[in-house]
Write a protein that binds this ligand. Structure first.
Ligand code: GAL
Length: 419
């Protein structure tokens, strides 16, 4: 059967119209975002950004790489950049941002930064990582801090812990009460970055702010090899006795869940843990308690998640600039951080929408920053570059698992800096 010429014409016209539609669709702006935010609280927070961009017509191509602290994500980034096909934006921490900047693969955000006045509202401690060679290369989305403890209120009540510990020894006494009452005292996941997160706080609590600066910022070998460091490792040994037998390789959010569900009393973790409590609809002061790691009151060890923008082709650059601007939007910084557990990366965002823990986080950060008590977290890439950080991780984890004693650990910390 031969086809009527008019039908052929209509079919061709339709095909043309559809291909036109397809090219309109493919011309839609999009961003591909690589990150490690896969827990309940993390994903909920990221959805705020995704939603804001979609409202502006920017499609979100999600590239999640699970694994707390981002180690697996960093391997994925390396593979993509090496293949010459970087994502539009990558969640990065501290020194990792600077390392990529040195490689010359990050985009220049100075135009949008100047237009929106980022220089005036982002604290210097963050700009040190967001800028390279005078150019903005990353947009900071938050400030987290690692020296927090999260507690289940009813577990503490049942265990008879009525006053909150204010120093390390009081903490051990409180945790032992929790243990005796039949609960897991310390919910912990035995992964190197989690062990190192404990160590950040133990070092701060044991040696104070100047000691922390000496060992982790200045890499002072005398301080690294000192009796104070030996005491910090001994204290890690005390904490080791408070964890349950299944702690090895547990994900951090499962440890948070143990506190949320009333199986465990405490978790020592950065304030992304609060995102899990919020996602579970728990209220601070009622269901859970947030406190600074005992002995670190007035001090803040921080890390800041930033979206580093990679050099991408011209068609993607407009969407990338929109994303950078969306990240720095003050209303977004409030909405996102309320969910994430962190505090805004801008100093001009009101604390009105934050719960009591968030308000305390904002206040602590400003106060610590004003008196020289704000330090970059070693565990989260804000004190030393990845090479030394990983060498420290290795020592801390082998010690935590009883493979080396405190004396050997101190020696190896010194050696880690030498190598
Ligand atoms: C941190 C990051 C947080 C949180 C946490 C656990 O390094 O800054 O945003 O995601 O890891 O995954």
């Amino acid at each position: 059967m031969t086809r009527h010429p008019l039908k052929t014409f209509i079919a061709a016209a339709c095909a043309l119209a559809f291909s036109g539609l397809a090219s309109v669709a493919s011309a839609q702006q999009s961003v591909e975002v690589l990150h490690w935010w896969t827990s309940g609280g993390e994903a909920a927070a990221l959805n705020v950004l995704k939603g804001n961009l979609e409202k502006q017509g920017v499609k979100w191509n999600d590239m999640p790489v699970a694994g707390g602290g981002g180690e697996a994500a960093m391997t994925a980034v390396r593979a993509r950049v090496t293949a010459g096909n970087p994502p539009t934006a990558v969640q990065l921490l501290g020194f990792d941002i600077q390392d990529w900047a040195k490689q010359g693969v990050l985009a220049d955000l100075n135009a949008v930064a100047a237009k929106e006045g980022w220089d005036k509202v982002v604290p210097g401690a963050l700009q040190a990582f967001s800028k390279y060679d005078g150019k903005w290369i990353a947009a900071p989305v938050n400030v987290h801090s690692t020296n927090w403890v999260w507690a289940n209120k009813s577990v503490l009540d049942k265990a008879g812990v009525t006053t909150m510990p204010t120093n390390f020894d009081e903490f051990i006494a409180a945790a032992e009460k929790v243990q005796k009452a039949g609960f897991v005292a310390l919910a912990h996941g035995g992964q190197p970055w989690q062990d190192a997160t404990l160590f950040d706080s133990v070092v701060l609590s044991t040696g104070g702010i100047d000691f922390y600066k000496k060992v982790f910022i200045q890499k002072d070998k005398a301080a690294l090899g000192s009796p104070t460091m030996l005491k910090a490792f001994d204290r890690m040994g005390q904490l080791r006795k408070l964890v349950d037998k299944d702690f090895s390789n547990r994900d951090w959010n499962l440890a948070s869940a143990m506190v949320i569900s009333g199986k465990a009393g405490f978790q020592m973790m950065g304030d992304w843990a609060k995102g899990e409590f919020v996602a579970a609809k728990k209220k601070p002061g009622v269901d859970f308690i947030c406190m600074r790691f005992p002995g670190t009151q007035g001090m803040v060890s921080f890390n800041s998640d930033q979206f580093a923008m990679f050099k991408v082709g011209g068609d993607k650059a407009a969407a990338q600039a929109k994303m950078a601007s969306a990240v720095m939007d003050p209303a977004f910084q409030s909405a996102f951080n309320v969910v994430k557990g962190s505090v805004p990366a801008r100093t001009d965002v009101s604390d009105a929408a934050f719960d009591d823990c968030g308000k305390k986080g904002i206040k602590d950060l400003a106060e610590a920053s004003g008196k020289g008590a704000l330090v970059g977290s070693m565990a989260h890439g804000h004190a030393v570059p990845a090479g030394i950080k990983n060498a420290f991780y290795d020592v801390i984890t082998r010690h935590f698992n009883g493979q080396i004693d405190s004396k050997a650990a101190v020696k190896e910390m010194v050696a880690a800096v030498d190598n």
